[in-house]
Design a protein around this ligand. Sequence first.
Ligand code: DGT
Ligand code: CA
Ligand code: CA
Length: 570
Amino acid sequence: MENKKIAQYFTEIADLLDIMGENPFRIRSYRNGARTVEDLPENLAGLVREGGDLTRLPGIGESLAEKIREIVETGKLKFLDELKKKLPVGLPELLRIEGIGPKKAKLFYEKAGVDSIQSLEKAAKDGRLHNLFRMGDKTEDNILRAIKNYQKGAGRFRLDVGFTYAGSITEYLKPVKELKDLIPAGSLRRRRETIGDLDILAICKSSSILMNRFVKYEDAEDILAHGTTKSSLRLSNGLQVDVRVMGAQQFGSALLYFTGSKSHNIALRTRAQEMGLKVNEYGIFRGKKRIAGKTEEECYHSLGLPWIPPELRENRGEIEAAAKGKLPRLIELGEIRGDLHAHTRATDGKNSIEEMARAARKLGYAYIAITDHSKAVKVAGGLDEQALAKHLKKIEKVNEKLSGIRVLKGVEVDILGDGTMDLNDDILKECEVVIAAVHYHFNLPEKEMTKRIIRGISNRYVNILAHPTGRLILEREPYRVNLEEVIKVAVNEGVVLEINAHPARLDLNDIHSRMAKEMGAKLVINTDAHAISQLGLMRYGIFTARRGWLEKEDVINTNPVKKLMGLISR
Ligand code: DGT
Ligand code: CA
Ligand code: CA
């Protein structure tokens, strides 16, 4: 039992109580409990089995502790099941639609009979919602757009979720002695920002032993198939996992096939046909003769191509580039020398300046910029001019104290609704790294939003534009903005564009990163870490950069600090 699953139970309870209009304190205690459980480093199921005292955990009282024990011991929660019986089954799912919280869900249910996503869609199309509660016609369009969006993402999972399970299943299968190799292929290997399912390939002499173990994986909810060379499971979160066993002689061609993408495969097949060859998962063939298949390299070479990194395999020009010897030399994680976006306890981070700096040094970095929020971000306890001035002094002190890492004085300043800065120039001037970002007023029309951001980055003290489109993967659409216009201004003004590495953001995304590079922009990959452990999210930013064809030279935080400071100065 994963902590995450227990947290999900509590969140579900909080949502249901919220829709029912229950006591806010009670609701909050479940939400806090969910957060505690999710952030916990140790496994709760283990703690329960050892008879540990759960009420010692922050935010966990006797009632929640009792429920945790019930979930761990029975895999169920009676209280939740009873709550569910009191409401239509489709109602909680409404909360997954962007812009719909418990209050709106309750209102739609009571006043318009909305009890599922289908009935919400119908009510919005029929115009039955805008009379309720000061809502304009536009809201119905927004709801319809949000529903489409939700359906597009339904059944997909964030890349980091894919990595968690791929890692856990790999560990779980390792004890099988006959297992020689195991590689997650598909969209995960291409590092797409979301994955539909996991496609794992294995080389194993005794495939039935491997399959018998695989189908007993603890988090499996359904066994969809159990064969000798292929089996499929559905995990409790709905993610499907396929494991296929291939012979060693075919592993390369199988890996190539199951890594995809489908359109890359089709383009390769067309190229092969023109050369009089045939490609499938079992190898590359001339007539009946198998000419390649053991490794991917061998397969590409037989088609007159160098090996193509999986991140590029989307049929976006990579085969043509490979044929001309013009593939980019993609950026690598080891080339990153520092992180320019990190928070501390001064606002909503979990660690001190010194702890963040030491953690960055441990990663082998030469520098880290401490960039806490400005005052407009009230929920994070954002800093005003005076508080930031004090904070900068503290950063300076840590910088003097620690050797082997340069701690840069920074801030993440809000771009207000009208495009002005949340802090005055006098204090921005004191910062070595000024990151500008939008955190509120997402719903502006495209023209206004574009103007606002351009005005923001035109401030001469701004060095970096953070998460330029504001999207949250599978949760929130990007705001409406003419990104091309923004990039043009960034290039002219010398403002660096961020690839935010958090797996919920990946913003800029792959396609926009490539567009920015082609337009001559400078990029930076930042984690936006709110705790030392999150500094490790850098790799997701690297994945996105690689999918965007970026090389070391395109990304400024691959440079030593002196060159870096030259590159961000305006
Ligand atoms: P996903 O799971 O939606 O995130 O995306 P993928 O790329 O992992 O796709 P999936 O799981 O349907 O299939 C895995 C790979 O198998 C895919 O990337 C390429 C290959 N594949 C699947 N169906 C076809 C097909 O009809 N033709 C060809 N050439 N390849 C296919
Ligand atoms: Ca897949
Ligand atoms: Ca699949």
